[in-house]
Design a protein around this ligand. Structure first.
Ligand SMILES: [Cu+2]
Ligand SMILES: [Zn+2]
Length: 188
């Protein structure tokens, strides 16, 4: 019996070592400490009528890209947010932003064995008063032009909020429903 436990322990260690080589998952920070500095990028968030409903500030840090999102006038509840592949936000449906940012050719979702897209982000919690103020740190993204997971590629990218929560597993978009808010990330 001792031998069995011993071999299980070894298997566990080996599996743990392998999975630690996977890409780090973006996380919501406990506190929304604003990001700033001259190298930060300002993103204007538009609703489906083309009106500004918030802003996001993005900054490259040693932990990854920090995304500070502040928005208002949203329906309370849990909503998906992703980086989409094209930096074009045409009202009202924002299909112009294309699919999820996916330079690695993965499937959608943190719980998908073939996942996840580089543009997948953890769900937002919109407060009762329709606001959100959150910092997401994405260790798998960069703002450095020319790198594989750079948000500042030729056509830029877009930060998109959806009407529903991301289920973290349904390919290609997490069953998150319509796109309700969109912001162009292009470094201008
Ligand atoms: Cu999306
Ligand atoms: Zn995705």
């Amino acid at each position: 019996m001792k031998k069995l436990w011993c071999s299980l322990l070894i298997v566990g260690i080996v599996l743990g070592a392998c999975s630690s080589g996977e890409e780090a998952v973006p996380q919501v920070e406990e506190e929304a400490v604003p990001v700033s500095g001259e190298d930060s990028i300002l993103v204007q968030m538009l609703n489906s009528e083309g009106k500004e409903t918030g802003k996001a500030t993005l900054k490259e840090t040693k932990e990854g890209v920090k995304i500070h999102l502040q928005a208002e006038g949203l329906e309370p509840g849990t909503k998906a947010i992703h980086i989409h592949e094209t930096g074009v936000c045409e009202v009202p449906d924002f299909t112009s932003a294309g699919a999820h940012f996916n330079p690695g050719g993965k499937e959608h979702g943190f719980q998908n064995p073939k996942g996840f897209h580089a543009g997948d982000l953890p769900n937002l919690e919109i407060d009762e008063d329709g606001t959100v103020n959150v910092v997401i740190t994405a260790p798998n993204l960069t703002l450095k032009p020319g790198e594989k997971n750079s948000l500042l590629d030729e056509d830029g990218s877009a930060l998109v909020i959806h009407e529903k929560a991301d289920d973290y597993k349904t390919d290609p978009a997490g069953n998150a429903g319509d796109r309700i808010v969109c912001g162009v990330i292009n470094g201008d």
